[in-house]
Design a protein around this ligand. Structure first.
Ligand SMILES: CC(=O)SCCNC(=O)CCNC(=O)[C@H](O)C(C)(C)COP(=O)(O)OP(=O)(O)OC[C@H]1O[C@@H](n2cnc3c(N)ncnc32)[C@H](O)[C@@H]1OP(=O)(O)O
Length: 167
């Protein structure tokens, strides 16, 4: 038994990714997004595919600035939790970040123990200079709004911890 394979996502995986994310978005653990947003962001995703072709894990890397990207939409199917899959997907995304030249990874999460084990540390306040903050305000991306901690998205991020890993 070789277990799930981790690979870059294809458009046909989006249905499986959405099936994984839906219950977590309902519990507000992950952000709910429209289907079009997943298709537009397919190149950001890695997935874990079971032997029978089922998508049992996913995660994405969203670049925000020259030195900064966010880990987002990391999820593992309930029946695969605790077998190392989440960690493998995350480290794959870290490799992607290194390849892109990104030096810092942000995440917003309830899973502080998991991310701490992978080198993330909680941060207070902003992780970018005032100049970069002003530039990021021009983004239409909801995740960037959460990174900036804008007032209008605070209800979505309640109880989450802001964490950063330096590569
Ligand atoms: C930035 C964001 O995307 S934030 C959102 C993060 N996602 C969520 O909150 C969604 C719900 N949660 C999940 O889907 C999962 O819990 C994840 C993605 C956070 C972690 O996925 P998992 O596959 O369970 O991770 P993994 O197995 O690598 O590690 C989980 C635990 O299992 C243990 N573990 C790791 N490898 C193994 C293994 N081979 N065998 C047994 N246990 C293991 C680890 O000790 C770890 O414990 P920790 O939580 O204390 O760190």
């Amino acid at each position: 038994m070789s277990g799930p394979t981790i690979r870059r996502a294809r458009t046909a995986d989006i249905r499986g990714i959405r099936r994984l994310v839906a219950p977590l978005a309902e519990r507000r653990v992950l952000v709910a997004k429209d289907a079009v947003t997943y298709y537009e962001g397919v190149q950001e995703f890695r997935v874990a595919e079971d032997e029978d072709g089922t998508i049992v894990g996913c995660g994405a890397l969203h670049v925000m600035w020259e030195d900064l990207a966010e880990i987002r939409t990391l999820a593992v199917a309930t029946d695969h939790l605790g077998s190392g899959l989440g960690g493998q997907i995350l480290e794959g995304l870290v490799d992607d970040a290194r390849e892109l030249g990104v030096q810092r990874l942000f995440c917003l999460t309830f899973e502080t123990h998991f991310f701490t084990r992978h080198g993330f540390e909680p941060i207070e306040g902003q992780a970018v200079t005032a100049d970069v903050y002003a530039e990021l305000l021009r983004s239409y991306d909801e995740g960037v709004a959460e990174f900036l901690d804008l007032e209008r998205v605070k209800p979505n991020t309640l109880g989450n911890t802001r964490m950063l890993r330096t590569l």
